[in-house]
Design a protein around this ligand. Structure first.
Ligand code: GDP
Ligand code: ZN
Length: 316
């Protein structure tokens, strides 16, 4: 039996890296009862045990998966199931752009939330700074900084700021997320330069098309001879929208640092901060102490979570 790290997976066929070789593995039998409700039981970043059945062609059966330290999970609307985008990453890199596509602060709220639910630390990247930073974007970014998030600025086009991104990610396992078009692939190419190594081996035989863009891939950025200190990056599919999965609506405010700061001061301990009298959160919003975008994100995610928990558990 061998142990390896999953670098990619398509149609339940996984590339598993073990001792500098990449194996093409499938899941053996019904070993993942606990992952049944998931669209994909295994994701890039997972540590798995597998039994080689063809050592010449490097093919094996995955028999178990180790517990995850972190996970990045979204609700896959099309499949009506949660989808694991990445496992065991330390940092979630939330990529945004100054323009084209326009900066979407509320999408960023959702990205950050998804990572924090999965126990990851978030860092924000504002890409395309060569296009200029408007007053609106500057204000919103400053607000994220005030809340406590780390923000890095760069341009994958000109290369400005890329060194600091590289430095930040060095020696860590990171997962890149972002709306389609923000420049995720361009940044990834910049980070890897010529050394960027995708070790996936899924051949045409296995790849029945169409799903490649809907799954994550892991890349190893070579760093000279510092073995074991390499930078690992998991790239996720570009998204257009993001539905949150994995928490109850009433726990949502704990994840909004700025909102949570006020929630203890509400008149009712069970305040949802929607329409209750004596709500300290709504007061803080009206006084500009909490950004109204943040509050709107809170409300819209609350409603989405409420709706999906009703659908799932049939609650009234
Ligand atoms: P992805 O969908 O997030 O992977 O985005 P891509 O990397 O494919 O980039 C989308 C488009 O934005 C491409 O036309 C890129 O050339 C362009 N782009 C990426 N980064 C930058 C940047 O820093 N500045 C400018 N002006 N364009 C960029
Ligand atoms: Zn309240």
């Amino acid at each position: 039996m061998l142990k390896g790290i999953v670098v990619s997976g398509i149609n339940n066929i996984y590339n598993v890296k073990a001792n500098d070789r990449t194996w093409v593995c499938r899941i053996k039998g019904k070993v993942f009862q606990s992952a049944r409700k998931f669209h994909n039981p295994i994701a890039a970043g997972d540590m798995v045990q597998f039994v080689p059945y063809n050592s010449k062609r490097y093919e094996g059966w995955i028999v178990s998966r180790e517990d995850r330290t972190t996970s990045l999970v979204r609700w896959n609307k099309k499949r009506k199931a949660p989808q694991v985008l990445a496992a065991n990453a330390q940092v979630q890199v939330c990529i945004t752009s100054t323009d084209s596509p326009p900066f979407r602060p509320r999408f960023l709220d959702r990205l950050i939330l998804m990572g924090e639910i999965g126990e990851m630390q978030a860092v924000i990247i504002l890409n395309k700074i060569d296009l200029g930073i408007t007053e609106f974007v500057r204000n919103r970014i400053d607000n994220f900084k005030d809340i406590g998030y780390n923000v890095l600025f760069c341009s994958a086009e000109t290369g400005e700021g890329i060194e600091s991104v590289k430095e930040y990610l060095k020696g860590k396992v990171s997962v890149l997320t972002g709306q389609s078009g923000v420049g995720k692939s361009s940044i990834l190419n910049r980070l890897g330069g010529k050394e960027l190594a995708f070790v996936g081996l899924v051949s045409k035989k296995y790849n029945r098309g169409s799903h490649t863009t809907n799954s994550s891939n892991m890349y190893f950025v070579e760093d000279g001879n510092r073995r074991g200190m390499e930078t690992v990056i998991i790239d996720t599919p570009g998204m257009r929208e993001l539905e949150i999965y994995g928490i109850e609506p009433d726990d949502l405010s704990f994840y909004f640092i700025d909102i949570n700061k006020y929630s203890g001061m509400c008149q009712y301990p069970s305040c949802r901060h929607i329409n209750e009298p004596g709500c300290a959160v709504r007061k803080a919003v009206s006084q500009g102490e909490i950004h109204s975008d943040r509050y709107q994100s809170y409300i819209s995610i609350y409603n989405q979570l409420y709706k999906s928990s009703r659908e799932m558990y049939g609650r009234a």
